[in-house]
Design a protein around this ligand. Sequence first.
Ligand code: SF4
Length: 152
Amino acid sequence: MPAGSPADAVGQCFTCWWMRSTTTRRGSTFFRCARAETDARFVRYPTLPVRNCPGYEVAMLFVVLMHYTQPLDAVNAVRAEHLRHLEACAARGLIHAWARREPPTGGLFIATAPDRAALEAVVAEDPYVRAGVATPEIVEVPPQNVRGALRT
Ligand code: SF4
């Protein structure tokens, strides 16, 4: 993947419904256009970044609900690490907002990702999940229901 933030480096493919990403064990990510399988106008691995693609369709928006599974003290023990993870994801353009619920039974965040698998990989790295203090619930928002600034 080219240098820079994913959104800049990949261009429209990053948030396109048709993009399928694969990350190798060494951390390299490849972006494949699934539209190329049925439409000769597109190539399987487009040159990045892609701009003004006629096949672009907005990708998935997700709401991720975190359900605490341990007492709050145990959750708070890794909260600083969790927040650093969210900040790092925000810097990558993956997560856009987050909050702890009140009463504090869990939290939530809003994310965009190329597909569910890409988001699941990010969520699996969350310190809450790794520490076993919270269980994630990923809710997909149908693209046709997205409005405003989140429709990127
Ligand atoms: S349709 Fe266009 S924007 Fe979407 S993945 Fe393929 S090349 Fe990228």
